[in-house]
Unconditional design. Structure first.
Length: 254
């Protein structure tokens, strides 16, 4: 149970960003996201400045642009929603490339795309420079509800187990000649999902009993409980602090 898992979103390294305590990076990303959301949407230059700040962080962490771009596919639902706003928005209409679009919808689409993209990139950099288990330990040090942290920690540890069980079930179906071509395969897939749920539940029961027999009392041991120093907090918070200066200028000029 204590064995770690290699996650594709984490990129091991020894940069100054990698060495920062996880609670410092979590607080910095959360503060940065708040500052970005609070920025007026008309301040185009401010969002360019935020992107430049993230580019500096990526360069210091030695995270290549391609690594970030490939993992930004998670933003596709937000992009699809934002692109629909100019078409379904109300109010004044403007012509863009032969299309009559809502002016307010265009502003809303830009607002969502700019702020969501910056938040996603910041989260990707956090995950790329911090092991998943350390992110959860950082959340625990920031006094997040312990029960939620424990649930997330167990989900992280056993996600690979569930995915491997799903892969074995798929191979077993295909070895018996099953191929999901149309809706007629839905009953078989539904039974597979039900079987996977039962197996996962039973495995969880066995794991819980095994942990209790080994002295589990509701919390996992902390590998490194050293408090973060003032220098670490200063380095981590330099990102949201710089963003806050940009946001203040944007509101002043607005």
């Amino acid at each position: 149970m204590g064995a770690g898992h290699r996650h594709t979103i984490h990129r091991p390294g020894d940069s100054p960003v990698h060495r920062l305590p996880p609670q410092c990076k979590l607080a910095a990303v959360a503060a940065f996201a708040i500052v970005v959301v609070a920025t007026p949407r008309e301040a185009f230059w401010a969002f360019a400045a935020y992107a430049a700040l993230l580019a500096v962080v990526a360069a210091v962490a030695r995270i290549p642009p391609g690594f970030v771009l490939r993992r930004m596919v998670i933003e596709i639902p937000f992009v699809a929603f934002a692109l629909a706003l100019p078409l379904i928005g109300l109010g004044e209409r403007v012509e863009v490339l032969g299309l009559h679009l809502s002016a307010e919808g265009l502003w809303a689409a830009w607002n969502i795309l700019a702020k969501a993209t910056l938040g996603v990139v910041a989260s990707i950099l956090l995950a790329a420079t911090t092991e998943p288990r350390m992110i959860l330990q950082g959340a625990e040090r920031l006094r997040l509800p312990p029960l939620l942290v424990q649930i997330a920690m167990f989900m992280l540890r056993y996600m690979d187990v569930i995915l491997d069980e799903t892969r074995r079930m798929r191979i077993a179906r295909e070895s018996r000649g099953f191929v999901a071509r149309d809706l007629r395969a839905a009953p078989v897939l539904a039974r597979s999902v039900g079987a996977l749920f039962i197996r996962s539940y039973e495995r969880g029961e066995r794991v819980h009993l095994a942990m209790l027999s080994r002295g589990y009392t509701g919390s996992l041991p902390v590998l490194d409980d050293r408090p973060a120093g003032a220098a670490a907090w200063a380095r981590a918070l330099s990102l949201p602090a710089s963003a806050a200066v940009v946001a203040a200028l944007a509101w002043t000029l607005a």
